[in-house]
Structure formats: structure tokens, C-alpha cells
Ligand binder design. Structure first.
Ligand SMILES: Nc1nc2c(ncn2[C@@H]2O[C@H](COP(=O)(O)OP(=O)(O)OP(=O)(O)O)[C@@H](O)[C@H]2O)c(=O)[nH]1
Length: 374
């Protein structure tokens, strides 16, 4: 373990020493590939690619207890525990049991009918300070979060933000990014085919592509870059086990800074100022959490009954989910007996509208599933 960490430190030091210019571009690409491989090894064990790969394609993922899971990350004493208690009230014993081995402290809150599980992920930054011993389970739990709140002390230097971002990056977590539009098809023969659909301005070219692929022992593949990407993004697609998670920066303790200081912080994207001690601005925080998680509420309506408005089915998606995705969220086998559905709400052209499995739902629609006869 420490041996791998030593190698990582060495490469990071070499990269810091290397001046960035055209001549060193290829070398830096190779170093980045080496670094990515070592980080994977540190996370998953030698040769292992498994730990994170299962959740890489999360879309309508169902979390264990609750509809949505959010994780709190921050340096000691920034106010994570205070925030967790303010948001979730008393801690749930049942949920605590689930995580005894993780040293994650969970709580649950309800917002707009969704049960949101909030986890404190303490190991992450302590691990960063020591440079080793990051709890692997805490990291894999962080990777399953629908949203990460980076909690910062508004009175402390912004370098803390950078350190946390670097940590999350090294765990294979990509914050506030979408997966890059790159296609890589491995082949048996024929060498490397390289195509740019858009001119590359961030360091990619045919030679860098070839050298990075070589590091990953890929000698035959078709590569198509459909957008302007960085070498890091290219490596992300080769490794294929990245978790793309939205992040909100929560600046706590704004009760102890001046209005002028607050104005400066205000320029930052994805940021919410709060005081968890004085309970300032928590409404905005909840609304931002809701928006960032891309949650949709779909109400179910059993035949002949009024819809269940207390317990919506929660779906996560940046785009509108289909009726089929809704059914799969309720039960894996439901589609086998699906005939059609009745939909009331914003997605329906008339109320109700009879729809098939491909109909796209909108927030707060009401759906009644009709099963096949027999
Ligand atoms: N002024 C002010 N102090 C706060 C606020 N929130 C928390 N604190 C104080 O900050 C200190 C640390 O708060 P905690 O909630 O224990 O912080 P933590 O991030 O959980 O700390 P660790 O458990 O060490 O990781 C406590 O003394 C809190 O009373 C706030 O909004 N304003």
C-alpha cells in the first residue's frame, strides 16, 4: 500500500517539476496515465478494477435506505456534525447500524416527500492529511452518493476547497462534470485509429493518445473524440470506473464573517452560504440539494383509489424518465406484466392519457399501471 503511495508521490512531484509546453506534453500524458493506474491500484487493490466499476453507470440507482443519498465532506470542525443534526434532527439508530463498519454517521431527512439519507464521511480528509489509510469502504460509499456537500468554514482559507477537490479526484470521483463524449473501441488488430470530431485544444492529439493507450497496454483500438477533452478525461474513459457526482459547496459559519467577505464568496458557482448554528439559509440549501439531485416525484395511483401523495416514487435523472424506468424502479419484474399506463399531470396531453412504456414522465405526474390480462 505505502509502496504504491510512494510511487504516486514521486510521479506527482515529477509532474510538478515538469514545465508545461509542447515538448513535455507527451511525457506528461504518460505520467498522468501511470498516476491513474496507481490510484486505481490504491483504491481497488493490485490489478483490481472492480470496486467502483459497478456503480459507474448509475442512473436510476436505488439507494439502500432512502431515495437519495448525500455525503458530507469537510475538514474537522467546519460544522459537519452540527449541520447533520440540524438537517436530520435526531440520528436514526437503525441507519447507524448499517454503517457501523464505515464510521459514517447517517441521518435521514424528508423533503418534498423524498427520504434523503445524509452521511458524514469523516475518513476522507483525515486520510488526505496522513497521505494514506483512507477507508476504502468510506470511499466506495462516497462514490454511491447522489450528491456531495463539501462543507467549508467561511472564515477559513479557500485552499481547503482545493485540497478536498484533489482528494475526491484521486478517488475517481468527478465533480460537477458529465462523462466526456469519447468513444474507444478495442480491436484485435489494426493499430490505433484516432479521429477528432472537434479540434482539440486541451492537450490531446494522435501521439498523446497512442502513448497513453500504450501505458494501458492497448495497442489496437478506434478512438473518436466527439468534443474538446483533456488528457485526464481521456484516461477517465479508458479506466471506465469514474463516478460523476454533483457537488455543492456549503460555506458554513457565515454568522462570523462580514458582508463584504460574503459578497466575495457569492461569486462562486454551486455555492450556498449558511449558518448551521443560527439556522440561516437552510431553506435555500434544501432547495439547492433538491435541484442538484435531479429528483422527480411520481405518484402512484392504484385503480379506483386516490393517488398516494405522501409517498412518491423518487427517480433521479437529468432527463425525463420513461414509464419503463418508473416501473423498473418499483419492481424489476413489473415490466413483464406491463400492458399500458394512465398518466395524469404535466406530461399528459389530456387527463388522463393512455401511454406505452416509452412515454416520458415529468415531476409530480400521477401514474396508474395496467397489467396484461391473464
Ligand atoms: N459560529 C458558528 N459556529 C458553528 C457553526 N456550526 C458549527 N459551529 C461550531 O463549530 C465547532 C465544530 O462544529 P462540529 O459540528 O463539531 O464540526 P465537525 O465538522 O463535525 O467537526 P469534526 O467532528 O471535528 O469533524 C463547534 O464548536 C460548533 O459549535 C455556525 O454556523 N456558526
Amino acid at each position: 500500500m505505502s509502496n504504491v503511495q510512494d510511487q504516486i508521490d514521486k510521479i506527482e512531484a515529477e509532474m510538478a517539476r515538469t514545465q508545461k509546453n509542447k515538448a513535455t506534453n507527451y511525457h506528461l500524458g504518460t505520467l498522468k496515465a501511470k498516476l491513474a493506474k496507481l490510484r486505481s491500484e490504491l483504491l481497488n487493490g493490485p490489478g483490481g478494477k472492480s470496486a467502483g466499476s459497478k456503480d459507474a453507470g448509475r442512473g436510476f440507482d436505488v439507494t439502500k435506505s432512502g431515495d437519495t443519498r448525500i455525503g458530507l465532506v469537510g475538514f474537522p470542525s467546519v460544522g459537519k456534525s452540527t449541520l447533520l443534526t440540524t438537517l436530520t434532527g435526531t440520528r436514526s439508530e437503525a441507519a447507524a447500524y448499517e454503517f457501523t463498519t464505515l464510521t459514517c454517521i447517517p441521518g435521514t431527512m424528508k423533503y418534498k416527500g423524498a427520504r434523503i439519507q445524509v452521511l458524514d464521511l469523516p475518513g476522507i480528509i483525515e486520510g488526505a492529511a496522513e497521505g494514506k489509510g483512507r477507508g476504502r469502504q468510506v470511499i466506495s460509499t462516497a462514490r454511491t452518493c447522489n450528491l456531495i456537500l463539501v462543507v467549508l468554514d467561511a472564515g477559513k482559507p479557500l485552499t481547503h476547497k482545493k485540497i478536498i477537490e484533489a482528494e475526491l479526484f484521486s478517488f475517481g470521483i468527478r465533480i460537477n462534470q458529465v462523462p466526456p463524449n469519447i468513444k474507444i473501441v478495442k480491436k484485435e488488430a489494426g493499430g490505433i485509429g484516432y479521429q477528432e470530431m472537434t479540434p482539440q485544444t486541451k492537450g490531446m492529439n494522435a501521439e498523446v493518445c497512442r502513448m497513453v493507450l500504450k501505458e494501458f497496454k492497448i495497442s489496437c483500438a478506434e478512438v473518436i473524440l466527439r468534443e474538446d477533452v483533456t488528457v485526464d478525461q481521456f484516461i477517465d474513459v479508458i479506466e471506465g470506473n469514474r463516478a460523476y457526482i454533483p457537488v455543492l459547496y456549503v460555506f458554513n459559519k457565515i454568522d462570523s464573517i462580514t458582508i463584504e467577505e460574503l459578497d466575495i464568496l457569492d461569486q462562486m458557482p454551486n455555492y450556498v452560504p449558511i449558518s448551521s448554528r443560527d439556522e440561516w439559509n437552510l431553506d435555500e440549501l434544501m432547495e439547492e440539494i433538491w435541484n442538484k439531485c435531479n429528483m422527480l416525484r411520481i405518484y402512484t395511483k392504484p385503480k379506483g383509489q386516490i393517488p398516494d401523495y405522501d409517498e412518491p416514487v423518487i427517480l433521479h435523472s437529468a432527463k425525463n424518465p420513461t414509464v419503463e424506468e418508473f416501473c423498473n424502479r418499483i419492481h424489476k419484474s413489473l415490466m413483464n406484466s406491463f400492458s399500458h399506463a394512465w398518466v395524469w399531470g404535466r406530461s399528459a396531453k389530456h387527463q388522463p392519457q393512455r401511454v406505452g412504456k416509452d412515454h416520458e414522465l415529468m415531476d409530480e405526474d400521477v401514474v396508474q399501471i395496467v397489467k396484461k390480462a391473464g
